[in-house]
Design a protein around this ligand. Structure first.
Ligand code: PLP
Length: 378
């Protein structure tokens, strides 16, 4: 077995090629998570009214250092959906205003935007990103050409879910900001996957999952809120806030941190998660990307379809490849049941895609097993 796989709780005899969906948690991080839960239960009152807040602060400090922002600009959420929903329900737009996003956004969030849009009569518009993605100028043109005086919000994935593409978002964010358009970035797949410096990116809001590529336990994500917006972004759930036990000076943090009794242990693992990243993941990222770039050629040979990106710039540690139209609808089940391979198949824009993820516990052998299995099925 791959040596790195021994660091994880993953079952030994499966070929796990779907890190992108829910990550996978290493043993040391999971132990740290359970230790926090045990500490809580040993003295619940002391923990939840005192110890918790200094531990949350440590997590915020290490995460903000890692993300290139200030410690009082990050809030913890269980997942990106709750983080983005919290922004959506604070927006004060007028009927007829528009929210612009690409046609590659995560389906659950597209649904969240549309449900809200129907209620407040705000139009949700889509910019088609031309495929294959091969230049950042074309990407910029595809989106900027859809911006009008009605556009009030730009919502963009930094790494897309169904198509596994790294979007070159900096120029379009700057363009939107010059026009006073609120910029919200869905970076669910970004932390631990590609470099991120939030102050340099300079968007208004950014969410990322820590339980995906950073390998945190499930239920730890963040929302970055630029300081100038902290006055009007309020929690969907109000609890004690400044009248509670949280010693923070910022009412913004107090309002968000305590949302009724809950287990925040996953948030408290962040220093351990970052430590694991630095020791075990960071130096491996280039290698994982190389495996992904090589797999693009293998996919093309085995599937006979064409890649949706060109060059090295738009791929990280995931790749989505179009399946031939003739392929069986149950490919995912066949790969799992007959070959012990866990890999997702997505339908996007009426086409089916297979999405490969590579993390430190994967190697070329895993990719070869996938290609051999695909050959035997097609
Ligand atoms: C691009 C993107 N955004 C948002 C999410 C939302 O994640 P969750 O369902 O955990 O909130 C995901 C999940 O995979 C994603 O891939």
């Amino acid at each position: 077995m791959n040596e790195n796989k021994k660091l994880f709780l993953l079952e030994e005899d499966i070929t796990y090629l779907n890190h992108g969906s829910f990550g996978a948690c290493p043993k040391v991080i999971f132990e740290d998570y359970q230790n926090w839960q045990i500490r809580l239960e040993k003295q619940p009152v002391q923990f939840l009214t005192e110890e918790l807040y200094s531990a949350l602060k440590k997590s915020r400090e290490s995460l903000s250092l890692f993300l290139g922002c200030d410690q009082d600009e990050v809030l913890f959420f269980q997942n990106p959906t709750t983080a983005i929903s919290n922004i959506i329900y604070n927006l004060d737009l007028n009927p007829g205003d528009e929210v612009l996003m690409t046609d590659h956004e995560y389906g659950a969030l597209v649904r969240a935007w549309n449900e809200w849009g129907k209620k407040v009569k705000v139009h949700i518009k889509y910019a088609n990103v031309t495929l294959p993605l091969k230049s950042k100028d074309k990407f910029f043109e595809d989106i900027s050409s859809k911006i009008s005086s009605k556009t009030k919000v730009l919502f963009l994935s930094h790494i897309t879910s169904p198509t596994g593409l790294v979007f070159p978002i900096k120029d379009i964010i700057d363009f939107a900001k010059e026009r006073k358009i609120i910029t919200i970035v869905d970076g669910a797949h970004v932390p631990g996957h590609i470099d991120l410096h939030l102050h340099s990116l300079d968007c208004d809001f950014y969410t990322g999952a820590i339980h995906k590529w950073m390998c945190g336990p499930k239920g730890v994500s963040f929302l970055f809120v630029k300081k100038e917006h902290q006055k009007w972004i309020k929690p969907i759930i109000y609890s004690w806030g400044k009248d509670g036990d949280d010693p923070e000076r910022s009412e913004f943090l107090q309002d968000f941190q305590w949302q009724g009794t809950r287990d925040m242990s996953a948030f408290l693992t962040i220093p351990e998660v970052i430590n694991f990243f630095k020791i075990n993941i960071e130096s491996f990222q280039g290698h994982s990307k190389k495996l992904i770039l090589n797999s693009r050629e293998q996919f093309q040979r085995v599937l006979g379809t064409h890649p949706i990106s060109k060059g090295d710039d738009f791929l990280g540690q995931m790749i989505s490849f179009p399946l031939p139209k003739s392929i069986d609808g149950n490919l995912k089940d066949l790969l799992w049941e007959n070959h012990n391979i866990e890999i997702p198949i997505f339908e996007w824009n009426k086409e089916k895609f297979i999405r490969l993820s590579i993390h430190i516990y994967n190697d070329q052998k895993d990719i070869d097993s996938l290609m051999n299995a695909l050959r035997s099925i097609i």
